[in-house]
Design a protein around this ligand. Sequence first.
Ligand SMILES: [Zn+2]
Length: 574
Amino acid sequence: MSNEAIAQLFLELADLTDYVGDSPFKSRAYRQAARVLETLQTPIETLAEGGADALETIPGIGEAIAEKILAYLHTGVIPKREQLLQQVPHGILEVMAVPGIGAKTARQLHEQLGVSDLQSLRKALLSGVADAVLGAKKRERLLRLVELKHKAQRRTPLGFALPRGRELLQAIQQLEGVGNALLGGSVRRMQEDVGDLDYLVATAQPERVLEAFLQLPQIAEVYSQGANRAQVFLSDGLQVDLKTVPSQSWGAGMLYITGSKAHSIRLRQRAIEQGLKLNEYGVWRGTDCLASETEDAMYTALGLPWIPPPLREDSGELEAAEQGRLPELVRLEQVRGDLQSHSTWSDGFNTLEELAQTAVVLGYEYLAITDHAHMLGDQSDPMTAFEQRTRAIEQLNEQLGGRPYLINAIEVNILADGTLFAPEKLLRGAQLVLAGVHDHHGLPAEQMTQRLIRALEHPAVDILAHPTGRRYGKRPPNDADWEQIFTRARVLGKAVEINGYPTRMDPPTPIARLLVESGAWIALGTDAHAARDLQAMELAVGLAQRAWATPERILNTRSRDALLQWLRDRRNAS
Ligand SMILES: [Zn+2]
């Protein structure tokens, strides 16, 4: 339990007190206590070991508050808060959390319009009936806030959140008084989709930094603000949380802001087992802070090696860390080329030359041009178009001196029965063949499994592309026996793709983990349909890291010659 979390409970207690119309002195005392707790660095559990007397030595904490803190630490609830919750509409705390809605307004909204939570508040605002209570002008402002909050409940693909997050990080780093700044949370863990952007800032002047932060042009609305944190929305509805820590607590803050929740809970349990306490300011023994400045030191104080953020999901990383068998994760700079891209020869926006130029900028040795077989040329004669493209690629390779080397590859559709939609001659003529599902999604699992296995068994196929077919906002991952499919790929010596296209990110983490565990070859591909899409390799690598992938089984960590050798060997074996 962080001090910040207890502070939050006291803020809620204050709102509840106001709502039921209890003494305003009480709610003021609760808010005061929240402010004190929020900025307190020593774990409250530690201070509470000295009992109520010790707590009462903290300025702003009186007898009644100390009692509530102790009750909370012993039972996990503040009885007074529970009791008040029984007397109010179930979602009134989220209604009162909307800036501009105080106790009086919340009560009116409930009594006159039946508003009891954010959902019913949104309805009342949208329909205009809230005007009677709020007036049209206030309604407009509240509607904007509630709509932003509503939108923020949707998750955003990492590929969209990451550039927005970095741009804002740059702006934050330039604010006066900011030491270090970090974009943490699910973005740092490279989660495929994110709920909000979490920033950590090291500063000795939190008030000044927060004030400057709230003035940034990117920020559309301020939702809440505390002594060392703020919650805001960007104009596109992305929710942003910013938290400040003193610079000596930088590592502790990083660990705290990066999560995941499940990982943090396990670390806190571990600390307790060792007679220590862990919070956002450090690892503590009693009132002694043992570690706080770096993440490395934090893990060391807990008897662990540093754990890479993409692994922090409580999915075996603590056990692996303890036993010294954390994987040496693949890194972006180890990737020597991209194994899926599309040019103007099919449905891509950029020419072979333009793709090659970007590949040079990215420092690639090679780039697989994987135009869709059924979209080549005017589509009436794919073979002729393929032969023309082959010559164009060969010419360009000659011109560029093989830097980068363009691989004459193809992506072919897997039909519902697992056969491939391309002439055999074309498949044999390609240097590299990707096979992927592009229609008939959502077949029964058994049928989908057989379909993919049959495609893998085709001697020309090298790589199974975007295996689950998921698209953000469009369709969920297909259902299939992934272990069986990946095992088959391994036995056949073929590769399965980890696709980094922002709306794909396929397969999702748990299935990608099965892929890594299967021991099959892995191909990282961006599925670029424009030269700028090649940047998405970072996302493919992030997903591979979340799946615990090391470089050894990843095809495109190989040099060009080693990759071409792999292709020749594989074909000779088929
Ligand atoms: Zn495809």
